[in-house]
Design a protein around this ligand. Structure first.
Ligand code: ADP
Ligand code: ZN
Ligand code: ZN
Length: 780
């Protein structure tokens, strides 16, 4: 083949750091217009779907190129800013472009399905329906739906599905039954702006008005363009109101808005609030939707039809051809970090996109991440504060309950139970928050100390306890999901004295249900709300009557509980003594967020923290000075120890069935990285924890995209820690180890990774393991 024949360089979803050359499909010219289109190509005996990354001459002397089978798109699916940002992500994560694109595209498109139709679907009352309407039983669901359609008047008694969603629960069932009798029909309408007329919100208070003005300035002022704004407002201070105003401004300028929310924050409550207020269809995208629905939202955004997209982590990959604003609610939330595959951080990638798009990015939280606070302090982010709760609500009173030497029943102290009793008697609701699910964490033999361990995850040196579930009949491993029945007797000493140790939400529920038998007692955790919509149903039935809720993280935010007057937090002591350097930050955020659930409406709230460590500095600082006092103290400690955000980390992980393979691979990787290692810290007067060199703190840090690292550029000095067995050295039968890379600046870190990572793919040791690189890891 001669060198002048044009070829397609295709990014394929394979763990190989390269593109693959193909001849264009028969009858298609290799024109630049193909870049960003999907192609189906032969790969060995298989067929794969990839994306054309570039078009160029076939490499000289290359073996005969295979021909792509088909081009799947008439116009590039990936183009402009989104494609460029994804290329950036591939470089930044040191991950193959094909794998990055595969995780960014909705599953249906990844499989090669055509870009879906994005007609809006609507339901219309037929003529027969209009005639039959008066005969439908008054108050029945079909009648209510028929009435809604009849009253809509617009577009011949039709309403879009997204509008129906906001107006009526369970409308689908009613539509189905009316449809069977041909009284209504489903029709495709050109995507329209049909939506309920926007409702006005409350008048902004002074702090909100100031924040709204600052965001307006960033969107449309003289220096409009990319800006990061941290909306730092206590729970209930009206952050969502500020988002809604900013989005309304964005829509008024004819632009699209993207809103990211945490996994458990994307509630029907939130969506209907957005839909009611904005007056345009609001597209939601989250893991509860099927592949077709997700692809449709993506396509509607690509075509500019979706004006507001609200979604969880992966919504950060939504195309925004007419972008105007990106909002990230609860920016500190851990669910923004993807924990396998391409380990991106949705908040950080949103900032990269905002910069590339030239639009402001608004980060909101009552408990901002230390990274974001650090950026705000350094002047890289505008810092907008909402210091008071909006409306009537007062901040809750927080008390520490010392339970040392107190008799505990199901882990609850008499003082806690008393307080709960008083709150219920006064007509309020009580939330008992326990950060762990299951009946009881471990099964222990009272006679010999044996405890049930997962056979697939434990090693001789480190056990992984199985937890007791199913009312005490079943053991389950929380790490790999393995299940087994509870043994009748101790396998080691045959004693029958096997007892569940530690207290889970089910035990607490049992006790509270007995004690408060006159009011509803409801347990909310993943176990009790596995089915979609189950949580909403439970909470709706629960209502605002006096009662007791027992919950885990799922209840820490999202759902409004206006009659909640007392929050009791139990089981926090484990979080006070964790090896993870982020544990304190996570616990502080959780405590503040849970406390924020109390007293949201006109009733004052109270929070009780039950602990064996009432003098712990974290609790003392939080209670005396609030989250910001804690954050100040914690940032000082991070700086002294050389932890993020004062250092930059990457974690190389490896796992294998064979016990030695991960360490062997990581030792080989360490050899590749060692040319970049800092000279002995002792020559420079001692190490400062994991990062001995704190030079150049003025470099753009965390979240702001760095300039592309130069392969040879500057002093590439890093530190290597390990390899070591992972915190959980065995999981689902795999042995796991890790190597931590740290550097004082991003540039340094990426210089070293650029130099070493590509060569890892070719190591003989790499063939025996599954390995991955996590840039900016959150769990070490
Ligand atoms: P956040 O997002 O900070 O938790 P929200 O925006 O949800 O706060 O506001 C909390 C409550 O206060 C909501 O019920 C909201 O309607 C109300 N609220 C917000 N801003 C105002 C305001 N300016 N005046 C009166 N009520 C407000
Ligand atoms: Zn025993
Ligand atoms: Zn296990």
């Amino acid at each position: 083949m001669s060198a002048d024949v044009s070829a397609l360089q295709v990014a394929l979803p394979l763990p190989l750091p390269r593109l693959f050359d193909y001849r264009p499909p028969a009858g298609v010219a290799a024109a630049p217009a193909l870049v960003g289109c999907r192609v189906r190509v032969p790969f060995g005996p298989r067929e794969l779907v990839g994306v054309v990354a570039s078009v160029g001459a076939a490499p000289d002397g290359a073996p005969e190129l295979r021909e792509a089978l088909a081009c799947l798109d008439d116009a590039p699916l990936l183009r402009g800013e989104l494609f460029e940002s994804l290329r950036w992500l591939s470089r930044y994560n040191h991950a193959p472009l094909g794998e990055v694109l595969a995780s960014a595209l909705p599953a249906a498109l990844r499989r090669g399905e055509p870009l879906p139709d994005t007609h809006a679907w609507a339901w219309r009352l037929t003529e027969a329906g209009a005639t039959a309407l008066p005969g439908l039983r008054a108050g029945s669901r079909p009648r209510r739906l028929a009435d809604l359609l009849q009253a809509s008047g617009r577009d011949a008694h039709a309403l879009e599905e997204s509008v129906l969603e906001a107006l009526m629960q369970d409308w689908r069932g009613a539509a189905r039954s009316l449809g069977k009798r041909a009284l209504v029909e489903r029709i495709a309408m050109p995507a329209s702006q049909l939506a309920p007329a926007p409702q006005p919100g409350p008048e902004a208070n002074a702090e909100q008005a100031e924040a709204i003005a600052a965001i307006r300035e960033a969107q449309a002022g003289e220096r409009a363009g990319f800006a990061a704004l941290l909306l730092d407002g206590v729970t209930g201070s009206g952050k969502t109101e500020v988002y809604l105003q900013a989005i309304a401004d964005c829509l008024a300028r004819g632009r699209q808005a993207l809103v990211l929310v945490p996994e458990i924050g994307l509630t029907p409550q939130l969506l209907s609030r957005f839909r009611a207020r904005l007056g345009v269809p609001v597209h939601a995208t989250h893991s509860g939707l099927n592949d077709g629905e997700r692809a449709r939202t993506w396509a509607a955004a690509l075509r500019g039809e979706a004006r507001v997209v609200v979604g969880t982590r992966s919504a950060v990959f939504t195309p925004l051809p007419e972008a105007g604003l990106i909002v990230i609610d609860e920016e500190h939330d851990g669910s923004y970090k993807q924990q396998d595959g391409i380990r991106y951080h949705a908040r950080d990638f949103a900032l990269v996109r905002g910069k590339a798009l030239g639009v402001p990015v608004l980060l909101g939280s009552a408990t901002p991440s230390l990274e974001s606070l650090h950026n705000a302090r350094a002047g890289r982010y505008a810092h907008l504060r909402l210091s008071r709760r909006a409306g009537e609500a007062r901040p809750p009173r927080v008390r520490v309950l010392d339970v040392r030497k107190r008799p505990l029943d199901a882990g609850l102290s008499p003082e806690l139970l008393d307080a709960a009793g008083k709150a219920v008697a006064a007509g309020g609701q009580v939330l008992v928050f326990k950060n762990r699910r299951g009946y009881a964490p471990v099964l222990l033999c009272h006679d010999c100390g044996w405890s049930a361990q997962c056979r697939r995850c434990s090693t001789p040196l480190q056990g992984t306890p199985m937890t007791v579930h199913g009312g005490g009949r079943r053991l389950q491993c929380h790490h790999c999901g393995a299940r087994q029945p509870v043994p009748l007797a101790c396998p080691d000493c045959a004693s029958l004295a096997l007892q569940p140790q530690g207290i889970g939400t089910e035990r607490i529920e049992e006790l509270l249900a007995r004690r408060f038998d006159a009011v509803p007692v409801l347990r909310i955790d993943r176990g009790s709300t596995r089915r979609r919509g189950a949580l909403e149903k439970h909470l709706e039935t629960f209502g605002t009557q006096p009662g007791v809720l027992i919950g885990t993280q799922m209840l820490a935010k999202g759902h409004d509980l206006p009659n909640l007057t007392l929050v009791c937090v139990v089981g926090i002591d484990e979080g006070l003594f964790s090896a993870d350097f982020r544990a304190a930050e996570k616990l502080a955020q959780l405590l503040i967020q849970v406390a924020g659930r109390a007293g949201r409406a006109d009733k004052p709230g109270e929070v009780l923290l039950q602990t064996h460590h009432p003098d712990h500095p974290l609790l003392q600082t939080l209670i005396a000075g609030g989250y910001h006092a804690f954050a100040e103290a914690e940032l000082l400690q991070r700086e002294a120890a050389g932890f993020p955000p004062f250092a930059h980390l990457a974690l190389l992980r490896a796992e294998a069935k064979h016990v030695d393979a991960p360490m062997q691979f990581l030792r080989a990787a360490k050899d590749m990285l060692s040319p970049f290692v800092v000279p002995s810290p002792f020559e420079k007067g001692g190490s400062r924890g994991i990062c001995s060199s704190a030079e150049d703190n003025r470099q753009p840090q965390q979240q702001i995209p760095p300039s592309p690292p130069s392969p040879k550029g500057g002093a590439t000095v890093i530190e290597l820690h390990g390899p070591l067995p992972a915190p959980m050295p065995r999981r689902a039968g795999m042995h796991r180890a890790q190597l931590l890379v740290s550097a004082a600046t991003r540039r340094t870190l990426h210089g070293a990774l650029d130099g070493a990572i590509p060569a890892l793919y070719g190591l003989p040791e790499a063939r025996k393991v599954r390995w991955s690189l996590d840039v900016d890891p959150v769990d070490l």
